[in-house]
Design a protein around this ligand. Sequence first.
Ligand SMILES: [Zn+2]
Length: 53
Amino acid sequence: MKELVGFCRKCGKEIFCLDGFFNGVHLDAEHIHCFDCFEEESKPPEHLQKKNK
Ligand SMILES: [Zn+2]
């Protein structure tokens, strides 16, 4: 079962629901990102990465 849910808001890639597994990330009700773009977006900006441990 493969169901087209929508398109990545950033790169336009098709997002599918595969056997109940959603092949992307909902940002909100209407915005979807693929995993690649979600990882890209969720990276902290470089100035926040320094010695925060
Ligand atoms: Zn994308």
